[in-house]
Design a protein around this ligand. Structure first.
Ligand code: COA
Length: 222
């Protein structure tokens, strides 16, 4: 399986062990003050990952506070994404001059809980695709991978569009070679003077973990 593919100018930092909660800025600590311990830990550790990644691009550490609909507020000149799941946290950031948007998602390689869930996140043609992929490439939980790819799409989409995108408003094509493409079925935002009509992304499976990522680089025409 090829590794997760991100452009070289995107800084990507992962963690499997949590950092102390004392690494949070006071304003960040206030956001999760009433949250359960595991939530506070993932919140702190993923921000530690993000600040290490920012440092690699020459950005000073600053509070990373949730903004509109939970989207993280990055310092001017930076775009990025964060993800956490059981036993894993990661962040990816890039300079806004080089990357228009980033999506990143991690999921355990486990089947989705039930078929009803699948109907909420997968279009009929995507469900057919999943059946075929599962028969040809067992070992990958393709339904979970589709979910992850759509989460990465959303994390790329939302900071640009600033409107919700439903799971069934985007068609994703997963490929066994570690790539995927995504096409919103609703009009996309104008980005860099061009209407955003699709994304290409990368995925990998390692250590029981599915990772998906999108780095939207100019030009967005395709
Ligand atoms: C927001 C959402 C994408 C988070 O994904 P998740 O798998 O539940 O959780 P992850 O750990 O991978 O990611 C959480 C991080 O996503 C980021 N995030 C949350 N809301 C976001 C938004 N609106 N835009 C961009 N990033 C967002 C945050 O950094 C968050 O971590 P934090 O709360 O510690 O800052 C998901 O909960 C959700 O609301 N999805 C519905 C919309 C959707 O996915 N549509 C699919 C369109 S094809």
């Amino acid at each position: 399986m090829p590794p997760l593919s991100l452009p070289p100018h995107v800084a990507f930092v992962e963690a499997v062990d949590d950092v102390p909660l004392s690494t949070l800025f006071p304003e960040e600590a206030r956001v999760v003050a009433r949250a359960v311990e595991p939530r506070r830990r993932e919140f702190a550790t993923v921000r530690s990952c993000a600040r290490i990644a920012m440092g690699r691009l020459g950005f000073a550490p600053v509070p990373l506070l949730p903004g509109l609909r939970g989207a993280p507020g990055w310092p001017d000149g930076l775009v990025g994404a964060m993800t956490h799941c059981r036993g894993y946290r990661a962040a990816a950031v890039g300079r806004a001059t080089e990357v228009l948007g980033i999506g990143l998602d991690a999921e355990r390689n486990e089947p989705l809980p039930h078929t009803e869930f699948l109907r909420h996140i997968a279009l009929p043609e995507e469900q057919e695709q999943l059946t075929l992929l599962a028969s040809e490439h067992p070992g990958v939980c393709w339904d979970r991978l589709l979910f992850s790819a759509k989460e990465s799409v959303y994390k790329t989409w939302f900071p640009l569009a600033r409107v919700f995108l439903d799971f069934l408003e985007c068609r994703v094509t997963l490929r066994p070679d570690g790539t995927f493409s995504a096409h919103p079925l609703v009009p996309g935002p104008m980005v860099d003077g061009v209407r955003l009509s699709g994304f290409t992304g990368s995925w990998t499976l390692r250590d029981g973990l599915l990772l998906t990522a999108i780095a939207l680089t100019p030009p967005v025409r395709r």
